[in-house]
Design a protein around this ligand. Structure first.
Ligand SMILES: C[S@@+](CC[C@H](N)C(=O)[O-])C[C@H]1O[C@@H](n2cnc3c(N)ncnc32)[C@H](O)[C@@H]1O
Length: 292
C-alpha cells in the first residue's frame, strides 16, 4: 500500500481498493455511532488494512461500495463485521495482576462471607474479549471459594463482538497461554484438549458454570437485573471520547452495589472530582460515601 493524497496533513491510503477521505469519514462516523470508538484521521491506514480483508471476502472493488453496503438496510451483518474488524481484542489471563490481588485480598473476603450467608454476589467483566479476563476472575473467586457454584454467585462476561463471545464461551486456548495462569490456580479447573493438532487446554465445567456470556454493547441499553459487586471495565474506554466515557462511568455507578468496586485499564482514569467514585487502589475505584 502506498500513501499519496494529502488531507489535513495526513495521506489517504491507496492500494488494491479505491479509498477516499469521504469513505473514511463515513466509516468513522458509523463506528463511533455504533460502538463509541473514535477513529481519528491518523487511523486511516489501520481502517484501510483491516477492512481490505472484508472487501476481498465479500467481493467488492471499492470503499465507496463498502460504505453503500454498511449504510444500507441490508447491511446489518456487515455493520457487525465492520465493528468487529475495528475493535482491538488484545487480552491476557491475569493481565494487570494487581487487580486480581486486590480482588482476592480486599474485596472477596466480604463477598464470600455474604454469599455464605445466602446473599447474591455478582461480578461483571464488561468488555471481556475472548474470555481471558472473566476466567481469571473465576479462578480468583474459586481460590477464595471453591464451592462458589453452590451459592448465588455469578460472573457476567459481555462484549460487543459476538465472535469474541463465541470464543469465550468455548473456553479453549492454546497451551502457550497456560503460563499466564498461576500454577496453584490450575488444578481441577483446567484440562488438556484431546482433539486438534495444536496443543490446547480448556476450562472445566466447574469454572464455566460460574460465568454467563452475553453480547452487550456498552453504548446501548444494558438489559441487566440487580447490582454488581465488582465490575471490570478494562482497556476499552480508551477507545471512546470523553463524553461517552463519562456517561458510561455514571451508568456503572448506578449499576453497582453500595460497597462495589470497579477495576479499569492501566491507561484509563475516572475523574473523581466530577464522578461518584473514589480511588480504592491502583486503577481501582469504589463508590463515594459507601459505609465501611
Ligand atoms: C482490548 S480488549 C480488552 C479486553 C479485557 N478487558 C482486557 O483488559 O484484557 C477491548 C474489548 O472491548 C470490546 N468493545 C469495544 N467496544 C465496545 C462496546 N461499545 N461495548 C462493549 N464492548 C466493546 C472489544 O470488542 C474488545 O473485545
Amino acid at each position: 500500500m502506498r500513501d499519496v493524497r494529502q488531507h489535513s496533513g495526513s495521506p489517504v491510503p491507496t492500494g488494491e481498493f479505491a479509498f477516499a477521505w469521504d469513505d473514511f469519514h463515513k466509516i468513522a462516523a458509523l463506528v463511533h455511532g455504533e460502538a463509541g470508538i473514535v477513529l481519528p484521521e491518523n487511523k486511516a491506514n489501520l481502517v484501510y488494512s483491516r477492512l481490505a480483508k472484508r472487501l476481498r471476502a465479500i467481493g467488492l472493488r471499492s470503499f465507496r461500495e463498502y460504505c453503500a453496503l454498511v449504510e444500507s438496510d441490508d447491511g446489518a451483518d456487515e455493520r457487525q463485521a465492520l465493528i468487529a474488524a475495528m475493535t482491538t481484542n488484545v487480552t491476557r489471563f491475569f493481565r494487570e495482576p494487581h487487580h486480581f490481588e486486590h480482588l482476592s485480598e480486599r474485596v472477596l473476603p466480604d463477598l464470600v462471607s455474604a454469599a455464605r450467608r445466602g446473599q447474591r454476589v455478582r461480578l461483571w467483566s464488561s468488555a471481556c474479549s475472548s474470555g481471558e479476563e472473566p476466567y481469571s476472575i473465576a479462578l480468583t473467586l474459586l481460590k477464595a471459594m471453591p464451592d462458589a457454584a453452590s451459592h448465588d454467585v455469578l460472573i457476567l462476561a459481555s462484549d460487543i463482538d459476538p465472535d469474541m463471545i463465541a470464543r469465550a464461551t468455548a473456553g479453549s486456548y492454546p497451551a502457550v497461554r497456560l503460563g499466564d495462569i498461576p500454577l496453584p490456580m490450575r488444578g481441577q479447573w483446567i484440562a488438556n484438549d484431546r482433539e486438534g493438532t495444536e496443543p490446547r487446554f480448556h476450562f472445566t465445567e466447574g469454572v464455566k458454570k460460574l460465568i454467563r456470556f452475553r453480547q452487550l454493547n456498552l453504548l446501548r441499553d444494558w438489559p441487566l437485573r440487580g447490582a454488581f459487586d465488582v465490575i471490570f471495565c478494562r482497556n476499552v474506554m480508551i477507545y471512546f471520547d470523553q463524553e461517552t466515557q463519562d456517561d458510561i462511568w455514571r451508568r456503572f455507578a448506578r449499576q453497582m452495589s453500595p460497597q462495589g468496586h470497579i477495576y479499569i485499564g492501566h491507561s484509563e482514569r475516572i475523574a473523581t472530582d466530577s464522578m461518584p467514585f473514589e480511588l480504592a487502589g491502583q486503577t481501582t475505584y469504589r463508590l463515594k460515601g459507601a459505609r465501611r
